[in-house]
Design a protein. Sequence first.
Lengths: 219, 219
Amino acid sequence: MRVSQKSDTLEDNVYRQLRDMILNGDFVSGDKLVQEDLSARLGVSRTPLRSAIAKLEGEGFVHMTSRSEAYVAEFGTPQIADLFEMRAVLEGLICRLLAPTIEKKHVIYLRSLMTAAASALETGDDEAYRLADVEFHTYLTNLMPQGKLSRLLDSVHAIMALSLSQGILRLPSETHPEHLQIIDALDARDADAAERLMIEHIRKTIVLLRKQVADGSEK
Amino acid sequence: MRVSQKSDTLEDNVYRQLRDMILNGDFVSGDKLVQEDLSARLGVSRTPLRSAIAKLEGEGFVHMTSRSEAYVAEFGTPQIADLFEMRAVLEGLICRLLAPTIEKKHVIYLRSLMTAAASALETGDDEAYRLADVEFHTYLTNLMPQGKLSRLLDSVHAIMALSLSQGILRLPSETHPEHLQIIDALDARDADAAERLMIEHIRKTIVLLRKQVADGSEK
DNA sequence: TCTGTGCGCACTGTATACAAAGAATACAAC
DNA sequence: GTTGTATTCTTTGTATACAGTGCGCACAGA
């Protein structure tokens, strides 16, 4: 659970705004970001905009050419699939590092989440289940002491939350038992199993994602 | 192999300068970055400095408080160990993704690298061996199409190159056969094996690193 | 018509000036 | 002595002005 961190600064505002615009596909992929146009469009001067772009570059959302032109990074399905791969091994790693010392109260919270998810499953409330799913993964991520790892996963999660918010990829009846298994492994402080289960859990989604690409016309 | 990308801009210069200062330990860990002081020290105005800081924040080298104060991230041995963990799973992932389609010429190059490493091993030229080692890993990383994955590993490699340049952690006689095994797995296009071997390869260093912390006075 | 050169425009880079917000300090009241 | 408040100082945020650079386009000469 992070502090609210409003940070009412224009820089930060523009940063978030721009990031969401990129992820929502408001730009066609590979679009050029012209500072003056954007600053006019967003109603701010170029100064906060430049900071925002610099930060976005550091996080890999925009790409700078040798002549300092900023282009938005592309997030097609292949890129999303790669991000899932990263997410798989990194969340697996989180489980591995967490398992040896995880506190009981966290396990209890995770289990309570799953109880809620189970009843959502019974009543057929897909949205509630999806929220529990997301919470499961973000909670685990936030258990890691702040470092490069969690920072990175934050940005990866942001991408997927916005890109895949349209629906659930895998059936809840499939993912639910997997979540339970992961929690069990954590509870047993079995680092290897926790890591392996989490990786497999996410990789199953990747298979589906790749198949979806192969089937659909993927434009 | 990346284009030279000089980019003689002050922003970029300051960015690199600052990053190297952080990694070299020119700041005591957790130091506050005061814009005016730094800009005076580096002989530039605050504008390019701010861009540099924003970019460094995006890459996780500096950390911003809720009141916009910038602090340099800490890179003690525990953090380095975590980075090794990330490197392990990410380079493992690279092997996994590369294996199915790796071209013969790349395998050949990697093998030639290992031949050179072997003769360095015989003549006891540790420095030459270390360079071959580094090249082995960076070459594999660069085989990935540019994306978040390689960008990330670039920054991870930068941290370790500067922080651990003092010496080789594991014995060449130990790492050399592991490198060969990894290449064999890639050559056989065995994704699972390549991933697993790479992860184990790097994790063996982590064990040593952690032991080193436990033994030494760790100041 | 093709080519070369020069001018202008569209951007970006940088510095600086000013505003706003927080923190520290000093002073007064109790 | 302690606490509350006001003032000042430090630091950051933002806008704007100006400089430099590369690129396109037009025009002239062959």
